[in-house]
Design a protein. Structure first.
Length: 167
């Protein structure tokens, strides 16, 4: 597991993870940045998936082309909106990380980069989200004997400081 501070759209990894919403039709934050940098091919594929299965549930993930990004694929996962913590938010956040890793395994990917899912517009407390992210990834990799290089990409200083301390 690696930690960097920066823009996930610049990374040359097998898959970058997008903190998408259930519509898969794009949004602000990292989602907007990925669609802007990756071009229209990503949204086209999201729309095809949406037509087939009606979007993506919270805690689930889907995979598409990465369009013009240096990555090979985008894995779109949907984290929970923080609503005080009594609505299964922690389990759903862990599930978003696990679903993304499961797709990476299924597609035999060897590197994946995660943004700090749910800690922007969805307001999940950053320190708790970071613990869930790191622990869930660690557990998944060891339980599946998976050799996937996982990079946590922090865009803001606060998340970077929290992850640095944690890792
Ligand atoms: P959510 O709706 O899941 O909260 P956001 O996109 O609002 O998703 O925020 C998730 C995290 O992504 C935030 O910590 C935000 O700082 C970060 N972020 C925003 N743009 C980028 C980017 N280009 N690369 C990596 N992380 C980003």
């Amino acid at each position: 597991m690696k930690l960097i501070k920066g823009d996930i759209t610049k990374l040359e990894v097998d898959a970058v993870v997008n903190a998408a919403n259930t519509s898969l039709l794009g949004g602000g934050g990292v989602d907007g940045a990925i669609h802007r940098a990756g071009g229209p091919a990503i949204l086209e594929e999201c729309k095809r998936i949406r037509a087939k299965q009606g979007g993506c549930k919270v805690g689930d993930a889907v995979i598409t082309t990465a369009g013009n990004l240096p990555a090979k694929f985008v894995i779109h996962t949907v984290g929970p909106v923080w609503n005080g913590g009594k609505n299964n938010e922690e389990t759903l956040l862990a599930s978003a990380y696990r679903s993304s890793l499961a797709l990476a395994l299924e597609h035999k990917l060897s590197s994946i980069a995660f943004p700090n899912i749910s800690t922007g517009i969805y307001r999940f407390p950053k320190d708790r989200a970071a613990e869930i992210a790191v622990n869930t990834v660690k557990e998944f990799l060891s339980a599946n004997n998976a050799e996937i290089e996982v990079t946590f990409v922090c865009f803001d200083d606060e998340n970077y400081r929290i992850y640095k301390e944690l890792m």
